[in-house]
Design a binder for this molecule. Structure first.
Ligand SMILES: [Zn+2]
Length: 450
């Protein structure tokens, strides 16, 4: 196994409070030492991290890798390449595959496929209901025993209050979180985008904020007598932030995540020179400036605890259909870090230590990954590292994307901050400094150095 020495980086580890210029020594897939002036005589490789940030490997608790069933959009392998290109060493896959991840066999399938093909760690989220049909509970405790790290019917809400109450009770017994896609279906029938002036302009059916807010309110009320860990996925509305803030102040076990696009884009992004743009069709939809302001404030004051991409790849053919017929979703992994910098660090709402906490310790806690030593830098713990160039400017383009999806409304944006080197379990999986396809063996992400 390889021995690595990462020297002179600004090591930021929110879990331990470490923040200073230090070295990190890695051997046999584990961190052996963190401190100033380390010397490792037999290092296979020394990485100079001066002017770089050395963080625990970033964790994304919400991705769609489409396998099994829609491998034309993404696979566990190609999704993991996108993850590593974006600086992520761990991702959690949503269960809206075909078939849905609703039984222990399919949970094990994700682990097996990831072990064969993936260049980062991949953990499955189990479905709440059988086939995600919202009628009968899936095999929650058996899936948990097989390694599901959370439960969600993402793509759809658990709409039935009766089923949701039973699900909260059953998930509570596992200690995992129930992650809800908050969308009241009878309020969003045939909806394409946010209900506002742009949907009116185009005559498109709108998806109102209240459809998200009523599910959150209801779930918090249901859960008051149950006490399951309840997590709101991809918050989009200012009103939702306020509901979550009150519940947390009241001591309820509620957490929430937000995605890059909801922190940066309004529904005006759907209007591309007077025509509706399917690239900006996402669920929940892009809303208005005051929602963006509230979401950013929610991150800054600790109401929103986790950042998640909701990476949702689709084929170019699907995304070139008329907006009513194109599927919801955008890709997110490759550019997320830089987009969070733009949305949160550049306006002065958070600093790097807080941003890294939102992308490491917080998602690790959400998905119960601390017990595996993930989301932190600890001697003896797994050597998952993300080395970040905080000041580099780059442009989001097709050549910067490593997964199969090209569906992003951020194409052509110039952004700042990028993962330069990514180490997963002691193996270099991304190395933008090397002149060729760099790294140590098969499965290293091939990207231009630029
Ligand atoms: Zn969702």
């Amino acid at each position: 196994m390889t021995t690595l020495l990462v020297r002179n980086g600004r090591v930021i580890d929110p879990a331990s409070g470490r923040d200073g210029t230090m070295d990190v020594a890695v051997r046999d897939g584990k961190i052996v030492e963190i401190g100033a002036g380390l010397s490792v005589s037999d290092a296979d490789r020394v990485i100079d991290a001066a002017d770089r940030i050395v963080a625990p490997g970033l964790i994304d608790p919400h991705v769609h890798f489409r396998e099994p069933g829609h491998e034309e959009k993404e696979t566990i392998e190609t999704g993991s390449l996108a993850a590593v290109a974006g600086g992520f060493t761990t991702v959690c896959c949503m269960p809206n595959t075909q078939p849905a991840l609703d039984c222990p066999e399919l949970i094990r399938f994700v682990y097996d496929r990831a072990a064969e093909r993936a260049v980062c760690r991949v953990f499955p989220i189990g479905a709440v209901s059988k086939g995600r049909a919202g009628e009968r509970l899936a095999e929650i405790s058996l899936m948990h025993d097989a390694g599901a790290v959370g439960f969600s019917d993402d793509g759809d809400a658990v709409a039935s209050a009766g089923l949701m109450a039973r699900a909260l009770a059953e998930v509570r017994e596992t200690g995992a979180a129930l992650m809800q896609h908050c969308q009241e279906p009878t309020l969003t029938h045939e909806a394409v985008m946010h209900a506002g002036v742009v949907s009116t302009r185009f005559g498109l059916t709108g998806w109102p904020r209240v459809a998200e807010e009523v599910i959150i309110e209801r779930d918090i009320r249901l859960n008051r007598d149950i006490g399951c860990r309840y997590h709101v996925q991809h918050v989009s509305s200012a009103g939702s932030v306020e509901i979550i803030r009150r519940a947390r102040a009241d001591g309820q076990p509620v957490t929430a995540e937000v995605s890059p696009h909801h922190l940066l884009l309004t529904d005006e992004a759907v209007d591309r020179s007077g025509a509706p743009d399917a690239m900006a069709k996402v669920n929940p939809p892009l809303r208005e400036q005051h929602d963006i302001d509230a979401l950013r404030q929610g991150v800054a004051d600790g109401t929103i605890t986790v950042l998640a991409t909701d990476h949702a790849p689709h084929t170019s053919e699907e995304k070139s259909r008329p907006i009513e017929d194109t599927p919801f979703g955008l890709i997110g992994l490759e550019a997320a870090l830089a987009l969070y910098v733009k949305a949160l660090i550049e306006p002065g709402l958070v600093g790097w230590p807080k941003l890294i906490e939102l992308m490491t310790t917080s998602p690790a806690a959400l998905c119960g990954l601390e017990a595996k030593g993930l989301g932190r830098l600890t001697p003896g713990g797994p050597a998952d590292l993300t080395i970040i160039e905080p000041e580099i400017e780059w442009t989001i383009g097709p050549e910067s994307l490593a997964g199969k999806g090209r569906n992003t409304p951020f194409m052509g944006w110039t952004v700042k901050g990028r993962a330069e080197t990514v180490v997963v379990a002691g193996t270099v999986r991304l190395d933008r400094r090397a002149s060729t396809t760099a790294g140590t063996g098969a499965g290293t992400v091939a990207l231009p150095v630029s």
